[in-house]
Design a protein around this ligand. Structure first.
Ligand code: PGA
Length: 245
């Protein structure tokens, strides 16, 4: 299984931030971990042109290839730049931009059609967790966000509890393990043997100090990291923990 350390820069970073990607490439030049940075779209082209093996991804794409959609970016445009991945259905987009499972599925399909690997994000809210609805919420999101052909092309799933994103709160290790095992089972039920190769990332307040215990869990194949991916120094600690896992 490919291990993936993915950094989501969100709306952070200007051109001087590209040096962080170069530093990562230098430090981890022989890594067996797929190191991925998803910078804001303004940096995407220049990030893709940097030497080194750090993969580059976008944070969103439109469902259509082209058209009258002011301000939007299509998967075709992202792929043309040389990006390899695109994050789809991050909880911030689900809540701030009204992205439903149906829209997430359309975006995922559009990404795969252009040869991009979608990183499809799912995760329960605090209210769902408190009401013991975590697994049912995850099931609904997995069912609704993935097309029937989703596992026939490369795809990654990121489990990110909404209440753990940017808060410093992390579920217990057994809670993470439970959801990841559940995801694997759901994917197997739907996609059979193809599900075995789908990397499952954990996301939500991952840091150098908690990465090793998270990566030691079964069915955790890497992380999607926000705040701690902005500086090479911090992200490097997480990558090192994944290299050792
Ligand atoms: P965080 O963000 O690592 O800052 O919690 C994770 C994410 O939003 O993907």
């Amino acid at each position: 299984m490919q291990k993936i350390a993915a950094g989501n820069w969100k709306m952070n970073g200007i051109s001087t931030s590209l040096s962080e990607i170069s530093l990562l490439a230098q430090r981890h030049s022989t890594s067996d971990v797929e190191i991925l940075i998803c910078p804001p779209v303004t940096l995407l082209g220049n990030a893709c042109s940097l030497p080194g093996s750090v993969a580059i991804g976008a944070q969103n794409c439109h469902i259509s290839r082209s058209g009258a959609y002011t301000g939007e970016i299509s998967a075709q445009m992202i792929a043309e730049l040389g990006a390899k991945y695109v994050i789809i259905g991050h909880s911030e987009r689900r809540s701030n931009n009204g992205e439903t499972d149906y829209i997430v599925q359309k975006k995922m399909m559009s990404a795969q059609q252009e040869g991009l690997t979608p990183i499809v994000c799912i995760g329960e809210t605090l209210r769902q967790r408190q009401n013991s609805q975590t697994l049912s919420a995850i099931k609904t999101q997995l069912d609704g966000s993935l097309s029937s052909e989703a596992a026939k092309s490369p795809i990654v799933i990121a489990y990110e509890p909404v209440w753990a994103i940017g808060t410093g709160h992390v579920p217990s290790m057994s809670e993470i393990a439970q959801v990841h095992e559940f995801c694997r089972k759901q994917l197997k039920r739907r996609f059979g043997d193809l599900a075995v190769n789908i990397p499952l990332l954990y996301g939500g307040s991952v840091k150098g100090s908690n990465a090793a215990e998270i990566f030691a869990l079964q069915n955790v194949n890497g992380a999607l990291v926000g705040g701690a991916s902005l500086k090479a120094e911090d992200f490097s600690q997480i990558i090192l923990a994944l290299e050792d896992a």
